[in-house]
Design a protein around this ligand. Structure first.
Ligand code: KG4
Ligand code: ZN
Length: 342
């Protein structure tokens, strides 16, 4: 018998530096989405410190889950399943969320679902508009990953392109660090770029004409070289010119990939999906190519648990619950299909 479409899922996300819990009904109806961020704890170190992250997750997990249930106005008895990110991520951080989710599933006698963090990011754009017909082209751009991914109607994924070195978010963070800006660097560069000239410095667009893979480490090095050679640089112009180079390559290749698979729409996923220039460029490309564009709401771009609950709902339907002895895997891969036949 088909499952009812209305399971109420508690999602938990602790893969990096956000302790998050959310209640989502039927894979799309977000009843709560609580995020306890640790950004201030890590800012002085210029990056996420794994030991500090794990300890902070332990301190915040109980209150965050309680707040998610409270805001959603659901009792424990109304939760049909508990989903948690099992990887990829920092092992000490992942284990806090996974252990909490398993303990709750055991006590409440409901299924536990282990969710892949990247698949959860893919789901975030669709949370707001599940009406869009696949195939879809997903641009996943986060601190750890940059991928072009095809998705079909049953949530199967094919990897079309990926970064060969730095992830897009990593490049933003490293450039910001070099410019002595705050951590995380992406939002700061985005803000400064608004007052800068994106054509001021023509940074390289690596591999623009070849294939669907990316390389961002060269752009970062060019920024560093330029700044060293021009000590009186204008930080707004540098931010805008660097951002323009990254966005140009991402969007050019995404359009190529979307054409290749005959995509009905383009979705943005991951923390860098919050970038205003990227959102504008993808929107413009969609309009030019006659393709719909799905941009996740800002609070659904960066790490959150609503996307984990939604992805868990799909996983529960497609492959059922996971065993309570399943562990966390810091290097968990997406279960990509070799060829979706698109
Ligand atoms: O997906 P996410 O929250 O964490 C993971 O990496 O899983 O992504 C974080 C990344 C960081 O590199 C951050 O600098 C970047 O997303 N980011 C941005 C913006 N907001 C966050 N990058 C560019 N522009 C933004 N507005
Ligand atoms: Zn993420």
């Amino acid at each position: 018998m088909a499952r009812p479409m209305t399971e109420t899922i508690l999602g938990i996300e602790t893969s990096c530096d956000e302790t998050a819990a959310a209640v989502v009904i039927g894979g799309r109806d977000i009843r709560s989405n609580i995020i306890a961020t640790q950004i201030d704890l890590h800012a002085e170190f210029g990056g996420v410190v794994p030991e500090i992250a794990g300890r902070a997750h332990e301190q915040h997990i109980t209150a965050t889950v309680a707040a998610a249930l409270d805001e959603a106005r659901v009792s424990a008895a109304e939760i049909d399943a508990v989903a948690a990110t099992v990887g990829p991520g920092l092992i000490g951080s992942l284990l806090v969320g996974v252990s909490a989710a398993k303990a709750l599933a055991l006590v409440w006698d409901v299924p536990f679902i282990g969710v892949n963090h990247l698949e959860a990011h893919f789901e975030a754009a669709l949370l707001e508009d599940p009406t869009l017909d696949p195939p879809l082209l997903i641009i996943l751009v986060s601190g750890g990953h940059t991928m072009l991914v095809a998705m079909d109607a049953t949530r199967r994924f094919q990897l079309l392109g990926r970064t060969l070195d730095d992830a897009a978010g990593e490049a933003f963070d490293k450039v910001a660090r070099y410019l002595e800006l705050d951590f995380p660097g992406g939002p700061v560069i985005d803000r400064l770029a608004k007052s800068g000239d994106p054509t001021a410095v023509k940074f390289p667009r690596p591999m623009l004409r070849d294939g669907l893979d990316f390389s961002f480490s060269g752009v970062k090095t060019s920024v560093i070289n330029h700044v060293r050679a021009n000590p009186d640089y204008d930080v707004n112009d540098i931010a805008a010119s660097f951002q323009a180079a990254v966005v140009d390559v991402l969007v050019t290749k995404a359009r190529r990939a979307a054409d290749q698979i005959g995509a009905n729409g383009i979705c943005l996923a991951g923390g860098v999906a919050a970038n205003s220039a990227l959102r504008a460029a993808v929107t413009e490309a969609g309009a030019a190519d006659g393709r719909r564009v799905l941009l996740p709401r800002l609070d659904l771009c960066t790490d959150n648990a609503a996307m984990v609950a939604a992805s868990g709902w799909w996983r529960l339907r497609s492959s059922g619950p996971d065993k309570l002895d399943a562990g966390a895997d810091p290097r968990l891969k997406v279960n990509f299909v070799d060829d979706l036949g698109l």
